[in-house]
Design a binder for this molecule. Structure first.
Ligand code: GTP
Ligand code: MG
Length: 370
């Protein structure tokens, strides 16, 4: 049920609004200039002028599609923070993520086989944290893409024996530009050459004053290898998340972002998505760029089949018609038909934005672009 205002309809028909209002009155519809009328009525008016409103229908649909369903305040519930680990090459981003996952995730798994997807969830003290993986130094390759902001918190890894380096500064700038909270993890404190105070000084030089020096930047000394202080780091993440009061409405059709996607020989297009609002379910008709389809199966970050996924949950989905681009937004449509229709619209838009890069992973730039 699409709607259009009398004013817009008049503009589209190139007629005076008063004339359209008169026309509507003759049809028994009383409408003011700013009032919305349903699309069928609008089409009938247009027909009188010998104009087909088909294209307009698409435009209206298109706008509707990007309009998020409004939330009732009582539907908003706490959601896990979405965290990205950033830092200079070799400062220990991957080691830190591995260490966090091992102590919280893999250790508890029966077979110990963790299917690696571009995002994962850990649980600490009964609270969840969602981590997004970013590739090492490629993370900084500039990729200009649209996309909603997906991260809440950035863990900035700085090696205690190396200090603030060019990509540390880049990461600080990215996070600041996107208004993402930074938590510093001074890593490799097990090393004899570690000098955390020097790191703190260098951070101060770049506008991050740590708490013990009177600033408001949380800074945790850690060792990914010796597994020192990882719990403290995670507790800090939860603390920051709690203060940010991150909320989302799980009671509506899901939308979110494609984190990574590829073609799997046996399973077809496979995409890792992050649900940002609503609840994604098996069987949902979904659109992501020019890809569309009905979700055939969903797997969580541990490779287990799941039937639904709420806000801040990363899942792998099967059933798309093609491989979407990382950074694409995804939407759940009202029907298969609508999904296909939206995909056509988005495909057209993509064609218009010709030579669009289609990376198969999201970069930091994408994560922070808004
Ligand atoms: P890129 O992805 O290439 O940017 O690197 P990274 O930041 O992911 O670093 P990675 O985890 O690959 O670690 C780089 C090197 O530092 C490896 O040899 C790790 O073993 C070592 N390393 C990481 N964390 C620690 C630590 O806490 N202590 C010590 N001693 N070595 C560490
Ligand atoms: Mg790495």
């Amino acid at each position: 049920p699409n709607k259009i205002t009398v004013q817009t309809l008049a503009e589209k028909l190139g007629k005076a609004p008063s004339e359209v209002i008169k026309f509507l009155m003759m049809k028994g519809v009383m409408a003011a200039i700013n009032q919305e009328i349903d699309f069928d009525t609008a089409s009938q008016v247009a027909e009188e002028y010998g104009i087909l409103l088909e294209e307009e229908a698409e435009e209206v649909l298109e706008e509707k599609m990007f309009e998020e369903e409004p939330d009732n305040p009582e539907d908003l519930v706490e959601r896990p923070p979405v965290v990205v680990v950033m830092g200079h090459v070799d400062h220990g981003k991957t080691s830190l993520l591995d260490a966090i996952r091992e102590s919280n995730v893999t250790a508890k798994e029966a077979g110990g086989i963790t299917q690696h997807i571009g995002a994962s969830t850990v649980e600490i003290n009964g609270k969840k944290i969602t981590f997004l993986d970013t590739p090492g130094h490629e993370a900084f390759t500039a990729m200009r893409m649209r996309g909603a902001q997906v991260t809440d918190i950035a863990i900035l890894v700085v090696a205690a024996d190396d200090g603030v380096m060019p990509q540390t500064i880049e990461a600080i700038n990215h996070a600041k530009a996107a208004n993402v909270q930074i938590i510093v993890a001074v890593n490799k404190i097990d090393k004899p050459s570690a000098n955390p105070d020097r790191v703190k000084q260098e951070l101060a030089d770049h506008g991050l004053l740590v708490e013990e020096w009177g600033g408001d930047t949380i800074c945790v000394p850690v060792s990914a290898i010796a597994k020192t202080n990882l719990d403290t780091l995670l507790e800090m993440v939860l603390l920051v998340a709690e203060m940010a009061e991150l909320k989302a409405n799980p009671n509506k059709r899901a939308r979110g972002t494609i984190i990574e996607a590829q073609l799997d020989k046996g399973r077809g297009p496979v995409a890792t998505v992050l649900v940002q609002s609503g609840t994604l379910k098996v069987g949902d008709p979904i659109v992501a760029g020019s890809a569309y389809g009905r979700i055939r199966a969903m797997m969580d970050d541990k490779g287990r089949r799941v039937k639904k996924a709420g806000p801040s949950t990363p899942v792998e989905i099967l059933g798309l018609s093609e491989v979407p681009a990382a950074g694409d937004s995804f939407y759940v449509a009202e029907s298969d038909k609508q999904a296909r229709h939206y995909a056509q619209i988005l495909a057209e838009r993509n064609r218009e934005q010709s030579l669009r890069a289609t990376p198969n992973k999201v970069s930091l730039d994408d994560l922070f672009s808004q």
